[in-house]
Structure formats: structure tokens, C-alpha cells
Design a protein. Structure first.
Lengths: 212, 212
DNA sequence: ATGGCCCGACCGATCGGTCGGTCAGTCGAG
DNA sequence: CTCGACTGACCGACCGATCGGTCGGGCCAT
């Protein structure tokens, strides 16, 4: 996983995170992703970092403060990265392709954080920071919707329900963490490209080809 | 949610579950789905049922014994239901449609249990019963793969990678629980039908239509 | 000697699970 | 019919373990 420092969303007034804070966040992130937030104790995190629990609390006020920057940072960074990867002058199919491939690349780079964010997002009872997270997600979904709408207007896409098409695309991407194996033969971006190709062209052979 | 008794996988020698056991399983299932297995205490379940924790332990030997029949039952029942909904004489597209729609119908009927199963499946550290569950899942994936292969052989489908296509289909279905609203306008089966239509035909307009 | 980093020991709360015992119903012997 | 034995459902109280979090003090470079 690439350095978490690039995507973290620390508290507004705090400076850059120290090396120790970064280590704690990194280890905690991996543990949260594999065993869930409730399934990981603060002792586990401290042990994994080779420090005592008290020391961990010297760097973070509470357990939530470890989770928060991860979830917020991922939600925001994903959108910003994908947004930046879409060339405005590209045609809709190319934009959709960029959307999916950059999402997959992001997932591959920040795999643990991505998993943490996507699992916590839907189960977090905490209303705190939830609105802000939902804002970023809405912006992200709006970006995808915009691409689809543009495709419809230009005649490139033939879509009955934009919301449904968007959920189909996001479902394919968001489900990837469940089965993706980083040691597998294909990088995530190649998988996303295949997905995009199938989504655009459809699984069904064209009527002409069906006659073969 | 329909009666859980139809899908439960109780221990081999045990008789049919009593009314009380069914109540416990039903309430626990809903709680597990909304707050996760670790997020629900045995006290919570007992309280929701209006009984004491000791009474709950009179009916179940431990907390796992409440979760187990839910997860196993869903994994097995889903496959059997979908398998039964596919007419052998139908063409591949129709079979894929039946596969997706019946999956969605099953999800809608046993929504909480479905969510519990799909979340527990991937995070459960317990190796116990895991092999049996994976067997059913593999059979389920093989069923889908068989449909896709048949479509390729008959010329109905044009698919480069069957595994990828299968994951695309399952991703769309398995992601539904995250956003589906049972009070929404569309039943899950209608959504699955739309998904199937988009997957088969593709989002891209045919070259001819693109010229419009 | 002072402040940042770190620690062992400890806190109250809550976890999954167990304990002895109550109570209503059932059933067979007298 | 009645009475004791027995049973299954139920409960409050309790257990050791672990949870998130705190505290006072040690170490060490400035």
C-alpha cells in the first residue's frame, strides 16, 4: 500500500502526522480491514506497532480518532483522484472507462483503507462526520451520473434509468474488494477495464454475430 | 421477511425449532444485519425477545449457534432456489435473467438473513462449517458459469473471460443490499431485471443508433 | 530540568457464558 | 381425586476475561 499520508484527513488544526502516528494508522487500517472495527482492540493495534496501549493513547485521543481520518480521507481522495483522471474533452465511453479504471487503481493502491471505508461507511452508527462523508459520496455519484447523462445526450449511450446504470457500475467496482487477490495475474485496473468493456458492449452477441 | 423456518439449517439431529427459538433467530438476524455480529450482544438479543439472557442460553448453547443456522441456511437455500427457477430448456439469456431475478427475489424475501450471510461470509475467522458454506457457494458460481458457457457455445453471448463476467453479474447482485430500499418504488426483482437487460445489451448505443 | 515519548498498572463497564433456583404444567401411583 | 416426582421454560445474580480509556512516573535528548 502506498503511503497513507497522501490521503489522510487529519483534524483541521493539526500539523502533519508524525512517523509514529502514521505507523499506527497504517497498522490499524490493515487490522480494521481484515477483522472489522469492533473486531480489533486497541491492544491489538498497539501490539502490532510494538508499543504499549498507553503510548497509543498518547498519539490519539480515542479509538475513533484512528478510524476517522482513514474513512474521511478515502472518501474524499477517491473522488478527487477519479475526478482528476477524467479528461473533460474525452467522449463519454472514454470517461466511463477512466472513471472505472482510476477507481480500481485507487483501490489497489490503498486497498486496506478502501476496504475499511467501504465497510464502515454503511454500518457506522456515528452520525459524526457522516454528513461530510455523504457529501463526498454524493459528489462522486454525481460525477458518474454526469458521465452517463452526457453519453445519453450525445447518443453514445442507450440507458433507460441512469440511477440503475450508475448502481450497476458502482456495484461492480465496490464488490471487487471481496474477491480481488493482489497476488493474482491481473492488476485491478485491468479488471476494471474488462468490466467497462463488458458493460459498454454487453454480454449478448450482436444479432448479426448470433447468426454464426 | 418470510418465515425463517423455511431456510434454516439446524443441527442434523435436532427436531424442528420451537416458536421461541424461531423468535430468537429472527430478532438476532435483524440485529446482526444492521449492527454486525460483534456489534450485537447476547443481552441485546434477549432484550429484543423480551426474555432474559439466561433463557436465551437455555435454547442455544452459545452465540455462534444463533449465527450458524442463518448463514448456512441462506447459502444453501439461495442456490437451491435459483437452481429451481431456471428452466433447463430456456435459452442462455433467459437463464441468466432467471438467475438474477430469482436471486433478487430471494434477497427481498430474506433480506436480513441475506445481509448477515453476505457480510459474515467474508469476515468469519471460524473455519468451522466454512468448508460446507464454500461448497454451496462454489456450486452457485458454477451454475452461473454454466449459463455463461452455454451462451458462448450457442453463440448467444460474446464473452472474453467467463470468470470476469460472472463476477460482474454477482457484483451487481451482491451490492444491492447496500443501497436497496424495501420501501422504494421498485421491487428487487424489477431492479435485477433492469440490471440483466443492461448487462446483456450493454450501455453503449449500437453503432447505427450512435449516428443519430 | 524540562518536555516529548513511552510504559506498567489500573479503572469501570461490558462482554460471553454459568450458576442455583423458581414456577407452572404433566403424569403415574396410591 | 390427590399427591409427589419430574420436566422444560424461565430468571436474577454472578463469573473471569476483555473492552476502551486513564494515571503517575521513568527515560532521554535538548
Amino acid at each position: 500500500m502506498k503511503n497513507l499520508v497522501d490521503i489522510l484527513e487529519l483534524g483541521g488544526s493539526a500539523g502533519p502526522p508524525t512517523e509514529r502516528m502514521l505507523q499506527i494508522l497504517t497498522e490499524a487500517c490493515r487490522l480494521f480491514a481484515t477483522r472489522g472495527f469492533d473486531g480489533v482492540s486497541v491492544r491489538d493495534i498497539a501490539q502490532e506497532c510494538g508499543i504499549s496501549k498507553a503510548t497509543l493513547y498518547h498519539h490519539f485521543p480515542d479509538k475513533d480518532a484512528i478510524l476517522r481520518p482513514l474513512v474521511m480521507g478515502i472518501t474524499r481522495s477517491l473522488h478527487q483522484r477519479v475526478l482528476g483522471a477524467i479528461r473533460p474533452e474525452a467522449d463519454p465511453a472514454e470517461k466511463l472507462r477512466a472513471f472505472m479504471m482510476e477507481s480500481a487503481r485507487f483501490f489497489e493502491e490503498y486497498r486496506w483503507a478502501f476496504i475499511v471505508s467501504s465497510t464502515v461507511f454503511w454500518t457506522d452508527p456515528q452520525a459524526r462526520q457522516r454528513r461530510q462523508r455523504i457529501e463526498w459520496r454524493d459528489r462522486h455519484e454525481a460525477l458518474l451520473r454526469g458521465i452517463l447523462e452526457e453519453g445519453i445526450r450525445s447518443g453514445a449511450f442507450r440507458i433507460a434509468d441512469i440511477g440503475m446504470a450508475g448502481r450497476l457500475v458502482l456495484g461492480a467496482l465496490n464488490w471487487m474488494p471481496k474477491w480481488y487477490d493482489p497476488k493474482g495475474p491481473l492488476p485491478a485496473s485491468a479488471i476494471a477495464e474488462q468490466f467497462c468493456g463488458m458493460l459498454l458492449a454487453g454480454l449478448e452477441a450482436t444479432p448479426g454475430a448470433a447468426a454464426l
